[in-house]
Structure formats: C-alpha cells, structure tokens
Ligand binder design. Structure first.
Ligand SMILES: Nc1ncnc2c1ncn2[C@@H]1O[C@H](COP(=O)(O)OP(=O)(O)OP(=O)(O)O)[C@@H](O)[C@H]1O
Ligand SMILES: [Mg+2]
Length: 344
C-alpha cells in the first residue's frame, strides 16, 4: 500500500450520513474501514512558551490547551489578535515546536509520527506565499512532488477545476488576482489529499462573491469527507460555516461547543414593534414588563426566548389598545458571545 492510500484508508473521515458532493471533490477520502478511528485532531495540555531574548521576556502563547476536533466537522478557531491561534495551527503543521503536551492528527503524534502527521494535514497559511514565476499547474505538480505523490495519483487537473483555475493553469502566478492566488493556495494544500485541511484566515481581504465561492468549496470538501479547521476574524463566517467553534483567549480555551449551543448560551433577544399610531405615554403595565419607547410609534422589549413567548408579549400590547403594523426580532450572534468571552 502506498503512503497516500495508507493515509486515505487510515485517516478517512467517518460521517457517512453526508451526501457525496457532485463537485469535483479533490480526493476520495471516504473509507468504510476507517469508521471509529481517532479524532481528526486531538490536543492535550498543549503549551508553548516562546523564548525571550534581547530584553524581550518569554511569552506563554499557549497555556495548556486541550481540544478534540471530530472527523467530518468544520471547526472554527476564534480569538482576538495574539490569542495563540496561529501558534496552535503551526504546531499541528510542524512549523512550531511545542513546549509540552501532545498533539495528534488522525491519531498520528506530531513528534513521534511526524511524517504521517504531516501527510495527514494540509495548511493554507494566511500569507500568500506563492512563487510568482511558476504557473498554477507547475506549483501543484511541484507540491505533489514534495509530498511524494506518484504521477498516477496526482490530480492536478481536478484540483485546478475544483478551484476554478483551469483557465489560468498555465499563466504565471504573478498574473493571478489575490482571490485566485488564495484559491490556488487551497489547491496546493490539497495535493496530498490530506484528511484534515487547516485554513488560517481564508477569506481575509477577499470580496463578498469570492468569499461565498470559497465557502462553497470548503463545504464541498467537507461533504467529501475532509475535516476543516479554520481561523477567522469574520464571526458571521464562523457562524455560517462551522458546526463547532472554540474561542481562544490569552492562550486558553474559553469556549468549545457546537455553534448552535454557543448561540443558545446568550438567551437574549429583542423584540421591536412599530405601532399604527403614536403612543404619547408608555402605560405603566408595559413599562413594568420591560417595554421601552424607541420612537413615537416604536416600542422594544428584551426577552429570554427560553422563558417568554413573543405571542404573549404582543398580546399585552394589543390589550393596551396598540395596533401593530410591523415587528422584528434581534438575535444574539456569535459576535456577542465572542465579545463577552474575550473582553477580559
Ligand atoms: N516567533 C515568536 N516569538 C515570540 N513570540 C511570538 C512568536 N510568534 C508569536 N508570538 C507571540 O505569541 C502570542 C500568540 O501569537 P499568535 O500568532 O499565535 O496569535 P494569533 O491568535 O494567531 O493572532 P492573530 O489573530 O493576530 O493572527 C502573541 O503574543 C505573539 O506576539
Ligand atoms: Mg494568527
């Protein structure tokens, strides 16, 4: 068995409920035998202290992080600048040496099983570090060579097609737009068919349309079985894409849950209504229930969805003779939770 098929067989994800994608999935990473294997990423008590020097004190960038990323998930790693996200990713990628603890990718320890660990992961760094004088085709072939992927196992054309760069296959990388380069970086990270793909700020500085198309590609990869770990500063991106989210602050995990559970944590919504006539004075009973006037015909009330039903809130308004012409609700989003957890 060659190293690639070994990876695919050993490390393939195991969520068979997902529909296979009709998109050109870069690799078939499904493997029934792989069911029940170790998580895609497993980190225990991971610490990293960057050594100080020349008047700089040492920096504890990771202070004992434990994290398990299930196979088949799209996992978001969020945190403010300097929280330790890139340090963590770079340890997984074999680019930074950890100080203590363990990190495993598909069961392969990044130290003890370095080779297999590296083959199990593809990393798209934040910086666009492409050699300007190679074409996309050459860059993908070169990368495949570096990973020892045999010619017959290479899928250069398929990858180019998947990231919509077939037209540009033979143009110098320096002639590609920023968005095209980023797509090429994703293809480059996928040449060895890693079962785990890590994207560090994949859509930073990318326009809305391209962001959507990158999301679609990430979803397609995920449907094909690739576990995705991404960092992002766009919280709506995490909210839309990720099924699980961990928030890291000052080198520690401060939240790690499904996106839905995290959102449910802030049991807080706001109901805003527009009335059909001015309400000169807010009746006492409405004020006591938390209603406030936000305009001559506008009222708002904060409520806990787990405790109050909107129907009841509206009924009280109607009992006070108010006619309702419009209403909206404001939900807590990931940004609220992020700010709450990282403000300290
Ligand atoms: N090579 C290094 N030497 C010394 N300190 C470092 C080094 N790399 C990172 N750090 C420090 O470690 C901490 C974590 O940095 P890291 O790059 O992991 O943060 P991050 O969460 O990726 O931030 P950002 O959102 O800005 O990318 C920061 O305080 C940073 O200054
Ligand atoms: Mg970073």
């Amino acid at each position: 068995m060659n190293i690639l098929s070994h990876i695919v067989a050993r490390a393939g994800p195991c969520d068979y409920r997902r529909e296979p994608t009709d998109m050109q999935a870069p690799m078939n990473v499904f493997s029934p035998e792989s069911a029940g294997l170790s998580p895609a990423v497993e980190i225990a008590d991971l610490t990293k202290t960057y050594r100080g020097g020349k008047g700089r004190p040492p920096k504890d960038a990771l202070k004992g992080i434990s994290l398990s990323i299930p196979r088949g998930s799209i996992f978001g790693l969020l945190g403010p600048n300097g929280a330790g996200k890139s340090t963590l990713i770079n340890i997984l990628a074999g680019l930074v040496l950890k100080t203590s603890g363990t990190a495993k990718i598909c069961g392969y320890d990044v130290d003890a099983d370095q080779r297999m660990a590296r083959l199990s992961i593809g990393v798209v760094p934040q910086e666009l570090n492409l050699d300007a004088f190679f074409t996309p085709r050459e860059l993908l072939e070169l990368q495949a060579g570096l990973y020892g992927v045999r010619r017959r196992d290479r899928r250069t054309d398929e990858l180019l097609r998947a990231v919509d760069l077939t037209d540009k296959a033979n143009s110098y990388a320096r002639t590609l737009s920023g968005g095209m380069r980023r797509r090429l970086m994703v293809a480059k990270a996928m040449v060895h068919a890693p079962p785990v793909l890590v994207l560090d700020e994949p859509t930073a500085g990318v326009d809305v349309e391209l962001r959507r198309s990158l999301w679609a590609y990430v979803r397609a990869l995920n449907k094909a079985g690739v576990t995705i770990l991404l960092t992002t500063h766009y919280l709506e991106e995490a909210q839309e894409l990720c099924d699980r989210v961990a928030i890291i602050n000052h080198g520690q995990i401060v939240a790690n849950d499904t996106t839905a559970n995290l959102l449910a944590r802030l049991d807080n919504k706001k109901l805003c209504v527009t009335l059909d006539a001015d309400m000169p004075v807010l009746p006492d009973n409405l004020r006591q229930q938390g209603w406030e006037q936000t305009g001559p015909r506008q009222l708002a009330v904060a409520y806990r969805p787990s405790e109050a039903a909107v129907g009841n809130l509206l009924r009280v308004l109607q009992m006070n003779g108010a006619g309702i012409v419009d209403l909206s609700t404001d939900e807590a989003d990931l940004e609220d939770i992020f700010l709450q957890l990282t403000r300290k």
